[in-house]
Design a protein around this ligand. Structure first.
Ligand SMILES: Nc1ncnc2c1ncn2[C@@H]1O[C@H](COP(=O)(O)OP(=O)(O)OP(=O)(O)O)[C@@H](O)[C@H]1O
Length: 277
């Protein structure tokens, strides 16, 4: 796979010694992470490790307790057009009358674009992103009637309305079958290759992402590891992170993480779902 990462320009995401504490619990501390143009980074870790919170820090919704973070060279701020966000998927109510196209157009809402867009400009931009995600055929159908994969494409289209430099996706593969997972990953991969958009994805699904990601950020119990999948997904590295024995097995090209069962986080992350991730 040829790399599309641009190391010549300043990073789009730059965490330096970043610490996030909520109450008396430190989710992660001293995090150093830079993400360049066109880079695809996955955030992994057990439930409650602070993965979504990391995305919130990039959205300007959560303030760091220490260190610094910039997005496209600026401090993160709510509603910035530099950042697109695909939130954790909830399947829409089947009776919801909202059309896919209307959902996408909502991406032009708020203060993102400074001056409000004309209806015509919104329509044109929505057409463009709907085409980009390949959702033309069903964009006019009620969103609640669409499959999980089709809904997910339209959510991504909505997040692309501001033509963001960084696209944050929170578990976009959940509840999709393998074919649709691959479709969503292909779409994100194309976006980063064609537009240089950095993709930051929180996921529990390890194996589907392996052919696509450049690096992994693994968060566990206040600690973190950053590196390529081969660097991070090793028995030594994960045992060190979890502070208890963890085996990383490679079976027919798939990665299987097996915990010693002593870590409460592992019992969440490495249940049957995660093992087959
Ligand atoms: N605004 C908040 N106030 C209090 N606690 C919070 C807040 N936001 C997050 N937390 C706590 O911080 C921890 C990390 O939450 P986060 O959603 O980032 O975890 P996660 O790694 O994304 O987990 P999951 O895999 O279950 O989605 C959780 O224990 C959560 O309850």
């Amino acid at each position: 796979m040829t790399s599309v990462i641009d190391t010549a320009t300043p990073p789009l995401v730059d965490f330096r010694g970043a610490t996030l504490t909520i109450g008396d619990r430190t989710l992660w501390s001293g995090l150093d992470l830079t993400i360049g143009r066109g880079e695809f980074v996955a955030i992994l870790g057990p439930n409650g490790a602070g993965k979504t919170t990391l995305l919130k820090a990039l959205l300007g919704l959560m303030r760091l307790s220490g260190g610094s973070v910039t997005v496209a060279g600026k401090r993160p701020s709510r509603g910035s057009s530099d950042v697109g966000y695909v939130p954790q998927q909830k399947i829409f109510d089947p009776d919801l009358g909202l059309r896919g196209r209307d959902l996408v157009a909502l991406g032009a809402d708020g203060h993102r674009f400074g001056a409000p867009w004309s209806k015509r400009a919104v329509r044109r931009a929505a057409d463009e992103v709907i085409r980009a995600v390949g959702a033309q055929e069903y964009a006019d159908a009620p969103i609640g009637r669409l499959s999980g994969g089709e809904q997910q494409r339209l959510r991504i289209a909505q997040a692309l309305m501001s033509d963001p430099q960084v696209l944050l996706c929170d578990e976009p593969l959940t509840s999709l079958d393998l074919r649709h997972q691959e479709g969503v990953l292909d779409l994100l991969d194309r976006r980063r290759r064609e537009s240089g958009t950095a993709i930051v994805m929180v996921t529990h699904e390890i194996n589907p992402i392996l052919p696509f990601v450049d690096r992994i950020v693994y968060l566990v119990g206040g600690k973190w590891a950053v590196g390529t999948p081969d660097e991070v997904l090793t028995t030594e590295r994960l045992s060190q992170l979890y502070g208890s024995p963890v085996d990383v097995l490679r079976v027919r090209g798939r990665v299987i993480v097996v915990g010693g069962g002593e870590s409460p986080e592992l019992s969440h992350h490495c249940g049957p779902e995660a093992v087959s991730a």
